[in-house]
Design a binder for this molecule. Structure first.
Ligand code: GCU
Length: 460
């Protein structure tokens, strides 16, 4: 019998449930308490004051197609700024023609721009994390015996004891593994949130239609891990005074170039990888990172930041993730600068929804993908019919534009120039792409991602 936990996880693979969960998640994350909302408004306002911004443009309305600011879904109007910053031209105008120039000169320029203007800088020093194994359980995933460790990372808060921070992580590896195995780690939803959801919707367990991603991973002889980002950094602006960001800042507001929540979530993923380096069940040189939607944004930031991650699956990451900021399709920069999302980014990002425009950003998301080179990255999402808000084509175009960096480093990009038909994978190189027809869910792309990953990772 699968454990209650693995059973409930596999339920989530169903597309319909995933969509339901997503809608509820979005509703829940927006329906924050009045206190959280008020504190987020105040924090965003103080950031605007620091930046001397008096007004920000309104985001696109994704709910009402008749609204004056309705989100654009017309491809002919989607590219007001078709010229992207060139990842292979230095700020001094010189062309980058060697891998050495990329690593020594151009990559650091791009990193600096993303740090200062987009996601905020990771602090030079972050507190030490001590990992504790809370439990080790023998259970089954599908029919395969596995060992699941529940872990907590205690973050040293001696510098500011008012804020305490712990990282929730779970690791599952095949019991029969003869040695360390590749591990796929996913940023995932808080189990308490999922439990509340199941309580509210007792009939939400429909018949199973296929194996969960966890079952697929275990069947390959690999392991998986789930990391709860909100355990160490809340998903709202009010929470910036707490969590790892609040701990480092001693509860004081951020400066405009300091890290936002996406980068903090990535920091936690790196600490989980530190733990894997000490666990003999894990081959820490073969760890993948994945996430969906806001956690897809976190996953691409993590992959760009920490070169120890071997591979990534970026699902429906949309604006603030792999999709080009310069696109007008579905969600736009202004939405991510709004009160319910601005905390994901650096304070400086607000400027591009106010006095400046998308085209003033010194970098765009193709360069974020390029920061992951030469490591493999698979980008997926639902088709525009069902997942249009996250602008699948905007991610495809970003992946295309990252290709020259992969090529410079002796690897292969997408190997295409036109959007492939829905459900047609492009996985011949180090960049992969596929749109599925299942809406806003990561589940239908997992089998393709694992095929892609098998080109690079091997259980010994
Ligand atoms: C909202 C938000 C997106 C985000 C998504 C999610 O739709 O606008 O940017 O990706 O929520 O994370 O669920």
């Amino acid at each position: 019998m699968p454990s209650r936990c693995s059973h409930s996880v596999s339920i989530l693979t169903l597309t319909s449930v995933a969509i339901l969960v997503f809608l509820l998640f979005v509703t829940a994350s927006r329906a924050q308490t009045p206190e959280i909302q008020a504190a987020s408004v105040a924090d965003r306002q103080q950031m605007m004051d620091q930046l001397h911004i008096t007004a920000l443009r309104e985001g696109a309305n994704g709910n009402d197609p008749k609204a004056p600011n309705a989100a654009n879904y017309d491809e002919s109007k989607a590219n007001p700024y078709p010229t992207l910053p060139d990842p292979l031209v230095l700020k001094n105008g010189k062309k980058v023609t060697t891998a050495r120039q990329w690593w020594k000169l151009r990559r650091p320029e791009i990193v600096e721009d993303f740090n200062r203007e987009v996601y905020g800088r990771m602090p030079a020093h972050t507190p030490k994390v001590t990992w504790e194994v809370l439990s080790t359980v023998n259970e089954k995933v599908g029919n395969i015996a596995v060992i699941t460790k529940k872990l907590v990372g205690h973050v040293d808060n001696s510098a500011y004891p008012q804020v305490s921070v712990n990282i929730d992580l779970t690791l599952t590896t095949p019991a029969a593994a003869k040695g360390p195995v590749p591990v796929m780690m996913e940023f995932t939803f808080d189990p308490a949130f999922m439990a509340a959801l199941r309580k509210r919707f007792p009939n939400m367990a429909p018949p199973e239609t296929g194996p969960s991603w966890q079952e697929l991973v275990i069947a390959k002889g690999w392991g998986y891990a789930t990391l709860i980002p909100t355990s160490f950094q809340a998903d709202n602006g009010a929470g910036l005074k707490e969590g790892i960001i609040g701990l480092v800042n001693h509860g004081q507001p951020r400066k405009p170039d300091e890290w936002g929540t996406l980068r903090a979530w990535g920091w936690g993923a790196s600490r989980a990888l530190d733990y894997f380096e000490t666990d003999k069940a894990v081959d820490a040189r073969q760890v993948g990172i994945s996430g969906h939607s806001r956690y897809g944004k976190a996953a691409i930031v993590t992959m760009a930041d920490d070169s120890r991650f071997a591979i990534a699956y970026i699902s429906s990451s949309g604006e603030g993730g792999a999709r080009l900021h310069r696109r007008n399709f579905g969600e736009i920069v202004e939405n991510v600068a709004a009160t319910n999302e601005y905390h994901w980014m650096a304070g400086n990002f607000l400027k591009y929804a106010g006095p400046l425009h998308w085209n003033d950003l010194p970098v765009d998301s193709h360069e974020l993908i390029a920061l992951c080179a030469p490591r493999p990255v698979f980008i997926g999402g639902g088709a525009a019919q069902g997942d249009a808000w996250i602008d699948p084509k905007g991610s495809f175009l970003a992946a295309i534009a990252a290709g020259p960096v992969y090529q410079l480093l002796g690897k292969h990009g997408l190997g295409a120039t036109e959007m492939p038909p829905v459900e047609t994978p492009l996985i011949s190189g180090e960049l992969g792409f596929r749109e599925h027809s299942g809406g806003h869910t990561p589940a239908p792309n997992w089998p393709t991602y694992l095929t892609f990953a098998s080109h690079f990772l091997k259980a010994k």
